[in-house]
Design a protein. Structure first.
Ligand SMILES: [Zn+2]
Ligand SMILES: [Zn+2]
Ligand SMILES: [Zn+2]
Length: 282
């Protein structure tokens, strides 16, 4: 299983294009892994996590085509994770006659939010109408938390996040080829229900990806902080949820409290985890 980080920044990107703070200015000078687009990830070549607003930029900058993407696991409908215009961009109407049918998995609230965003483009039927699915070469699957399902070669389990409840955010465990990844952003401290479900589903993770919006000197918000990531990794180790040699990687990095990549990576190394960066392949 090959996981590629297409973006590892929080909602505003890093550097925030509109910001002159010392961290953003430093990131502009350093370039490389200190430049972060909005969070999204690709597993192998066919499973996307989040139809994010920077997908086009990520694809062209990395020379990674997304033409083979067949499955999309949508975490939630916040604008830094979901740009519904991508449904149109990959459709026959936009000159893509032969893309695989996109199987799009999302919570009810997230699917409804996506539908609202495309109301004008897809009137009168709307995104959730099966006729629109035909037209856009798309199938929408509405997923409940704690539901396990099969998407092609992947066994996926959706877990509740601790984040804006109005979009019913989901976190995902993805299992294939004998390996399991947990994709854990956006979320504050994981709900106890999610911890219990990890055990109930018998998961042991080879790779854990966690929300790291808030930096080493900040408290968490509706997102995790560096200290909370350290605590989560420790609890996962304690509860035997990590496979031998497992890696814990931080993503969704915000400029407000996180230093540029080399400094954050050094902090993480001291505390037993790693910091993902755009283009990192695991
Ligand atoms: Zn976000
Ligand atoms: Zn800044
Ligand atoms: Zn969010």
């Amino acid at each position: 299983m090959r996981l590629t980080f297409l973006g590892t920044g929080a909602a505003e990107g890093y550097p925030n294009a509109f910001c002159r703070c010392a961290r953003c200015e430093r990131a502009r000078v350093l370039g490389g892994p200190s430049l972060r687009k909005r969070s999204a990830a690709l597993i192998n070549d066919d499973l996307l996590i989040d139809l994010g607003p920077d997908l086009m930029a990520a694809s062209l900058l990395r020379g990674r085509s997304l033409a083979a993407v067949r499955y999309c696991l949508q975490t939630h409908a916040h604008a830094d994770h979901l740009d519904p215009s991508h449904f149109l961009a990959r459709s026959p109407e936009y000159g893509v006659p032969d893309a695989p049918r996109l199987q799009f998995y999302a919570s009810n609230a997230t699917a409804r939010r996506a539908a609202r965003a495309l109301e004008n483009d897809l009137a009168p039927a709307g995104l959730l109408d099966p006729a629109t699915g035909e037209r856009l070469n798309l199938m929408i699957h509405r997923i409940e938390p704690l539901q396990s399902f099969v998407a092609g070669p992947y066994r996926v389990t959706a877990f509740p996040a601790n984040h804006d409840p109005s979009v019913e955010p989901l976190l995902y465990a993805i299992h294939t080829e004998g390996r399991t990844i947990f994709y854990g952003t956006d979320t504050a401290a994981l709900p106890e229900e999610t911890w219990r479900a990890f055990h109930r589903f018998g998961h042991r993770f080879d790779v854990v990806i966690l929300d790291h919006t808030c930096g080493p000197d900040e408290a968490g918000t509706d997102h995790l902080s560096a200290r909370e990531v350290i605590e989560h990794a420790a609890r996962m180790r304690e509860e035997n949820l990590l496979a031998p040699g497992a890696r814990v990687l931080a993503t969704h990095i915000a400029h407000a409290g996180n230093p540029v990549h080399p400094e954050l990576a050094a902090f993480a190394a001291e505390h037993g985890y790693e910091v993902a960066y755009d283009g990192l392949v695991v």
